[in-house]
Write a protein that binds this ligand. Structure first.
Ligand code: BMA
Length: 330
C-alpha cells in the first residue's frame, strides 16, 4: 500500500468509486461541475483554480475571466470543498515595487502551503507571461513578491516543503502565444526570490508511444508526497485537426531529486469526455490545478478546469493511482 506522507484531512470531499469497472483511476464527482460559469457576480467563466484546507474548511484562489475576457484571481471559501463562495472583486495584492504589482493579467493559480504561509503562484503578465508569486496567511491580503522567472513561462508549481535544504518549483517555459511546445523543468531557491540550478524533469512523448502527451506537458497540482515518491498530476496536450486537446497524466518523482522521474503513465488518467469538458469556451480541455489529500485514507480529490469554462472535481486514491502508473508505465 502506497502511503501519503502528510496531514490527515477527514473532511476531504469524497464520493466512492462507481460500481462498474473503471478504465482510468480517476472518477468524477456525480454532480459535476461544482462551479459554473457564473461562480461570482462578474464571471464569464471559473476554471483552472486552486484550493487548500483552511481553518475548519477550505479556501482557494480562483481564475474568473470577466465578461470582457480579462483574466484575474479571486479568493473563495468553502465549508465542504464543494460549495464555494467566490468574492466579486479580485484578490488584494500588496507589494513594495509598483513595477511588480501592476497588473496586466493573472491566471491559472496554484496554492501551496509552505511552512506557516500559503504561497500563490500564477501565470502573470509582465511583458509576456511569467510566474507571479504572492503569499498570504488569511486569504484577504496577498503580499506579492518578485516574479520567479524571466518571461516566457507558465505553470509554476511549488513543492510543499524544502528538499535538500532548498525550495523547489516546477515550471514550463513557453512563448507569448498558445505555445506549441512544452517540457517541465525544476528550479531551486533558498529564499523563494532567486531561482536557479534548473533541471530538466520531463518532456513530451513521441506520437507512436503516447500521443495524448505529444505536443506539450505541464505540471498540475502541488505534488503529493508518498513513501514511493512525489506523486505528480500533470496535463498533456495533443494537436488534432480541431486544435489542442488537454488530458491528465500522472508520474512518480524521486523524493530527494524530484527532477528524476521514476515512473510515468503511458495512458491518460482523465480526459475530456463529459459534455461540460468537451463543450465550452475552449472545447476539450481538462486542466488540473489543485489536489487535496488525506494521509489517513489515501484519498485524493482533484480540482480541474473544464473546457476553460467551469470547474470539476474528480477522485482517486494514492494506491490506485500509483498502481495504474506502474501498470501502464511508459
Ligand atoms: C493554456 C492556458 C490555460 C488553458 C489552456 C487551454 O495556454 O490558457 O489556462 O486552460 O491553454 O485553453
Amino acid at each position: 500500500m502506497a502511503k501519503i506522507i502528510g496531514e490527515a484531512l477527514p473532511g476531504i470531499p469524497w464520493q466512492d468509486a462507481p460500481e462498474q469497472n473503471l478504465r482510468t483511476p480517476l472518477w468524477r464527482y456525480a454532480q459535476n461541475p461544482i462551479i459554473g460559469r457564473d461562480g461570482n457576480a462578474v464571471s464569464n467563466s471559473v476554471f483552472n483554480s486552486a484550493v487548500v484546507p483552511f481553518g475548519d474548511g477550505f479556501a482557494g484562489v480562483f481564475r474568473c475571466d470577466s465578461l470582457s475576457i480579462s483574466m484575474d484571481l479571486f479568493a473563495g471559501f468553502s465549508k465542504d470543498g464543494i460549495h464555494w463562495e467566490i468574492e466579486d472583486t479580485p484578490i488584494h495584492l500588496t507589494g513594495e515595487e509598483e513595477e511588480i504589482t501592476k497588473r496586466e493579467y493573472r491566471y491559472d493559480p496554484r496554492v501551496c502551503k509552505l511552512e506557516d504561509k500559503y504561497v500563490v503562484t500564477w501565470c502573470n503578465g509582465y511583458h509576456g507571461p511569467t510566474i507571479g508569486m504572492a503569499w498570504t496567511t488569511d486569504f484577504k491580503t496577498f503580499h506579492q513578491t518578485e516574479n520567479a522567472f524571466l518571461p516566457y513561462n507558465r505553470n509554476g508549481v511549488l513543492f510543499p516543503r524544502k528538499i535538500g535544504g532548498e525550495y523547489m518549483m516546477m515550471s514550463r517555459p513557453s512563448d507569448t502565444g498558445h505555445t506549441a511546445f512544452g517540457d517541465i523543468f525544476v528550479s531551486r531557491s533558498k529564499d523563494l526570490v532567486y531561482w536557479g540550478k534548473h533541471r530538466f524533469m520531463m518532456g513530451t512523448v513521441k506520437e507512436d508511444a503516447s500521443a495524448w502527451q505529444s505536443l506539450k506537458v505541464g505540471p498540475g497540482p502541488v505534488p503529493i508526497e508518498t513513501d514511493e515518491g512525489w506523486l505528480l498530476i500533470y496535463h498533456g496536450v495533443i494537436l488534432t485537426c480541431n486544435g489542442y486537446v488537454y488530458r491528465m497524466g500522472a508520474a512518480l518523482l524521486d523524493l530527494e531529486e524530484p527532477w528524476r522521474v521514476l515512473c510515468r503513465s503511458k495512458n491518460y488518467i482523465l480526459a475530456p469526455q463529459e459534455l461540460y469538458e468537451c463543450v465550452g469556451d475552449v472545447p476539450n480541455v481538462t486542466f488540473p490545478c489543485a489536489a487535496l489529500s488525506d494521509a489517513d485514507t489515501g484519498r485524493i480529490a482533484v480540482y480541474y478546469g473544464c473546457a476553460d469554462t467551469v470547474t470539476g472535481l474528480a477522485f482517486t486514491t494514492a494506491d490506485r493511482l500509483i498502481a495504474y502508473i506502474r501498470e501502464n508505465a511508459l
